[in-house]
Each structure stands twice: as C-alpha cells, then as structure tokens.
Design a protein around this ligand. Structure first.
Ligand code: 5GP
Length: 120
C-alpha cells in the first residue's frame, strides 16, 4: 500500500489540523486520541511516512526504531503507568481494523483494560 500524504495523521504532523499534543521530539509526535477508549488513550506516531508497523519494521533505520521506541517509553513514563499497567496496540490493514494509514501505536491506561480481544 502506498503512503497517502493527506491522511489525517500526516496532516496533524504538518500542523495543518490541531491535536492535543503531549510530547514531540525528532522521531515522534504523541497526542490524545479524539475518541478515547480508556481514561488514558494516547497515539504515538513516527515523524516519517510509514503506513503501518509492517512498513516501519521493513524500512526504518536502527536509529529511528530506537528513537521512536524511546519516545513511546517517555510518554508511558509521563503518565506514570508502569505500576498499574497499560496496553500498547497497533492495527495493520483490514483484519487489524486500521482506520488511519499512518503507522501509530495506541497506548491505553487508567483502568483495568479487560481481555485483549472480544470474541467474534
Ligand atoms: P486505527 O484504527 O487506525 O488503529 O486508529 C485510529 C485512531 O485515530 C482512532 O482511535 C481514532 O479515534 C483516532 N483519530 C482519528 N482521527 C483523529 C483525529 O483527527 N485526531 C485525533 N486526535 N485522533 C484521531
């Protein structure tokens, strides 16, 4: 799948549309999900054009993977989620239920999150 430069997260990265930004560095931008599924529901997106995790894993340099991972770690620490716990999730394509075609991790926390998947 080719990267769509006008997807909503690309537009947030270019600051064309607003987002409730939590953290930003050279690798990542983190902001609150507009439709939160938990008391804490944050999206962390890379500052490069990757469609999904698959794309990221194939194309990102070791330095970028490291920097992006550290940014996620920083966001989790900033919400003090280590003790009570949290969930990281990334959707890929149709079966994954991916809506926005710019790679992102969801970080959920702030309550017990239940089982990982609901039965079909
Ligand atoms: P996906 O299904 O692609 O993994 O998740 C996309 C997420 O992006 C959804 O949780 C949705 O609520 C969130 N989202 C979609 N559009 C916007 C937006 O314009 N701003 C923010 N902050 N979140 C968005």
């Amino acid at each position: 799948m080719e990267y769509d430069k006008n997807n909503i997260f690309a537009r947030i990265l270019r600051k064309e549309i607003p987002a409730d930004i939590i953290y930003e560095d050279e690798y990542a931008l983190a902001f609150h999900d507009v439709n939160p599924q938990a008391p804490i529901h944050v999206l962390v997106i890379p500052k490069k054009e990757y469609v999904s995790f698959f794309d990221f894993a194939e194309k990102a340099s070791p330095e970028f993977v490291y920097g992006f991972t550290k940014a996620i770690h920083h966001v989790i620490k900033s919400f003090d989620l280590r003790k009570d716990g949290f969930r990281i999730l990334s959707n890929h394509s149709v079966h994954g239920g991916q809506e926005v075609p710019h790679f992102h991790f969801h970080i959920f926390g702030g309550r017990p999150l239940g089982r990982m998947l609901t039965p079909p």
